[in-house]
Unconditional design. Structure first.
Length: 453
């Protein structure tokens, strides 16, 4: 038998793996028949101009996985795998790799983050023996960072918390998984805003919660619909609703807190994009208004600092602390200890406050430029509905395209767009603009017009 693979010697994949994969493919496709004898190690080494070790390693892997057998003094033979149905097409689909799209408007502004300060703090942290970088970090999050987060929530968001209530983790979905571990014995039905944050809903679905959608109306969130439902928990973003960008007025906030008190329920407050407002001060958090210990507060540094930092946090009510302490050792900390301490220093030394002032200036310019270009280039074909806060705007456009056509054209143009609804030849959508270069907003608008119209 002759085996004649083509090797890529520039590949990072070892030659023995390339040989192993070639022979395996020949067996599963039926080209190498059962009981056929493979060339000996010496013969294959000479024919393929490879070392004996390379051949032996490839054969050993095939033996270990049951594709060939090694009979002493006889050689290597193909195993009979005829009873197995190898779906080669399906297997290829599984290993096929697609690069993720790098969207023009995703991420944060490249000039917004002070990398030199972060590097200096990073070097300081890893050089400080008190950091103890050779040990793993706290399951709940480093105490230093939790103290700074508590102070941040209290001073910047009008909250009432301390470090014992703060849990640090890599992303809101991870933290929701911990929260569900705390509450699942007492709650099993959650209300979700519609439209809302789908990725939060997926977590509750995965943990078998009953989902109740509460549709946002022209008057905002309908508390009366929540009261009529059997939900005991609600996931909501009152300070900057995603994706509509609306703000819940204080009277409805008090109604929501009253519902939780009377229902003995829980409110999960996602404080999405709340710090970035272009008119007036940030709206105080719901957690700060809570007098009955029923609000779970979720925050993230992904939009404030860097998405790649992957540090989020959750503030739980004091009444949930005993249950959390029972289960917290089931989870390992998902964020870097070093990054946590660097961030804590960044906050303690006043850089966070300076950073927030800086990004408000940057994003206000982008926001104004985008709206101006919409008016100049797209005219009355696109109407801006909400744009006074956060890093995305909500618009409505006249279009003859259907949803799938718009989504496909957006991906081809590398534009990240969230379609809220399409009705009567009008598409309502939210559009993130944080990653768009300020100097390229005009050409971005022209490209968006081709996607939508």
């Amino acid at each position: 038998m002759i085996i004649s693979p083509v090797f890529d010697k520039e590949s990072s994949k070892p030659l023995y793996i390339q040989l192993y994969e070639y022979i395996k493919s020949e067996i599963t496709s039926g080209l190498l028949k059962p009981d056929s004898k493979l060339p000996s190690i010496r013969e294959a080494s000479s024919t393929l101009n490879l070392s004996k070790t390379t051949i032996e390693n490839a054969y050993s892997q095939l033996v270990a996985e049951g594709y060939i057998d090694n009979y002493p003094k006889k050689g290597y033979f193909i195993c009979d795998l005829s009873e197995y149905n190898f779906d080669i097409k399906a297997a290829k689909n599984i290993v096929e790799y697609h690069d993720e799209i790098i969207y023009l408007n995703d991420g944060v502004d490249k000039e917004s983050f002070d990398i030199s300060t972060w590097k200096r703090l990073y070097n300081k942290v890893i050089s400080d023996p008190k950091t103890n970088i050779f040990n793993s970090c706290s399951t709940q999050g480093e105490k230093f960072l939790r103290e700074e987060i508590a102070n941040f929530v209290n001073t910047m968001r009008g909250g009432h918390t301390d470090s014992l209530q703060v849990i640090v983790g890599a992303g809101v979905q991870y933290l929701l998984g911990i929260l569900i571990g705390i509450i699942k014995e007492d709650y099993n039905t959650v209300a979700i805003e519609k439209p809302g944050f789908n990725k939060a809903e997926f977590v509750f679905e995965d943990h078998m919660f009953n989902i109740r959608h509460i549709e946002i109306t022209d008057d905002g969130f309908p508390i009366h619909e929540l009261r009529k439902s059997d939900a005991e928990v609600i996931y909501i973003s009152p300070s900057h609703q995603y994706p509509l960008g609306t703000i819940m007025p204080v009277n409805k906030r008090m109604e929501l807190l009253d519902w939780a008190y009377k229902k003995n329920g829980l409110i999960i407050e996602d404080d999405y994009d709340s710090m970035i407002r272009y008119g007036g001060m940030p709206i105080p958090s719901l957690q700060g208004l809570d007098k009955n210990d029923c609000v779970i507060y979720l925050g993230s540094f992904s939009k404030m600092l860097l998405p790649s930092l992957r540090i989020s946090f959750m503030v739980i009510p004091k009444k949930l602390l005993p249950k959390y302490n029972e289960i917290k050792d089931r989870y390992t900390q998902s964020t870097s200890k070093i990054d946590q301490i660097v961030l804590a220093n960044f906050m303690k030394d006043g850089y966070m406050v300076k950073h927030l002032r800086k990004i408000k200036r940057i994003y206000k310019k982008k926001n104004s430029s985008l709206i101006s270009n919409f008016k100049n280039l797209l005219g009355d074909k696109v109407e801006v509905i909400s744009s006074d806060s956060g890093l995305h705007i909500v618009c409505e456009a006249h279009t003859k395209k259907d949803e799938q056509h718009i989504i496909k054209d957006a991906q081809n143009s590398r534009i990240l767009i969230n379609i809220i609804r399409i009705k009567n030849n009008k598409v309502m959508f939210s559009l993130n603009y944080s990653g768009v270069d300020l100097n390229k907003i005009q050409e971005f608008t022209i490209l968006l017009g081709k996607v939508l119209l």
